[in-house]
Design a protein around this ligand. Structure first.
Ligand SMILES: [Zn+2]
Length: 259
């Protein structure tokens, strides 16, 4: 009997200890969750750029808001200069990586979503584009790249003619380098001094883009400058210049390849 009582008491003690341990554990996990939730809520905020257009920015510190507003203003100014408009309502979100809801194509630096007039830019990158270490100037330039995509997409909406993807990239990269911090651009041009402008516009094609986007970007920028810079882009977007059709050097064309 005594033994039975002792056993029961011991088991009760164990049960009590488990309950206390479980409660402590739950409380700890709760505290940790609350802590991170608190940090996330405190860190991320939403603001707007000053001015007539509606630019919503999700950012963590004031320098990000400032960088986003300057990027939008730069692209808007560029397009106004060639008589075209950037969507008046758009959003720029800073993020650590692509959100779980994003199913499309994201680069190492961010992406744009034309259906939501949204540009998402990643704060950090583990790549070294054009052999340059990641910096606020590079981030700002990729932000402009994505905003240019959004603007081009908007301009071509309703147009009877669409540009092929590599031409979208041509314009985004050319304008990215054009609006880039001049010292950074010079370092890139020095590192890629052996890249020449395209002699023929047929050299702008999905292969030259796909094989090496960074070389393509420099080639695009040099071609753009060589052919009249902003005026060249204006004529491209107004269908005054039609990129030549590209004839594929293979019997099976890319869209026929089974993936
Ligand atoms: Zn792009």
């Amino acid at each position: 009997m005594f033994l039975m009582q002792k056993l029961a008491r011991t088991r009760l003690l164990f049960v009590k200890r488990d309950v206390v341990a479980a409660a402590t554990c739950t409380a700890l996990v709760g505290c940790v969750l609350l802590f991170f939730l608190g940090v996330a809520v405190a860190a991320e905020q939403e603001g707007r750029c000053t001015g007539p257009s509606e630019v919503a920015v999700v950012y963590e510190d004031a320098s990000e808001l400032d960088a986003a507003c300057r990027a939008v203003a730069d692209v808007r100014g560029y397009f106004a200069g060639i008589g075209l408009e950037v969507p008046s309502k758009l959003a720029v979100h800073f993020a650590d990586r692509a959100g779980a809801d994003y199913k499309g194509h994201a680069t190492a630096h961010g992406y744009f979503d034309p259906l939501r007039s949204l540009v998402v830019i990643y704060r950090l990158s583990d790549t070294e584009p054009w052999k340059q270490s990641w910096s606020p100037h590079l981030l700002g330039s990729f932000m402009r790249h994505e905003i240019v995509h959004l603007a081009v997409w908007e301009v071509l909406q309703g147009s009877s003619r669409q540009l092929r993807r590599e031409w979208h990239e041509f314009i985004a990269y050319a304008l990215q380098l054009d609006m880039m911090n001049p010292d950074l651009r010079q370092r890139i041009l020095t590192a890629y001094a052996d890249i020449d402008p395209a002699k023929d516009l047929a050299e702008i094609n999905e292969f030259s883009y796909g094989m090496n986007p960074q070389v393509f970007a420099v080639m695009a920028f040099k071609t753009y400058r060589h052919r009249g810079a902003a005026e060249f882009v204006r004529r491209l977007l107004n269908a005054e210049i039609i990129p030549p059709p590209f004839s594929y050097p293979f019997a099976v064309q890319p869209h026929e390849v089974q993936r």
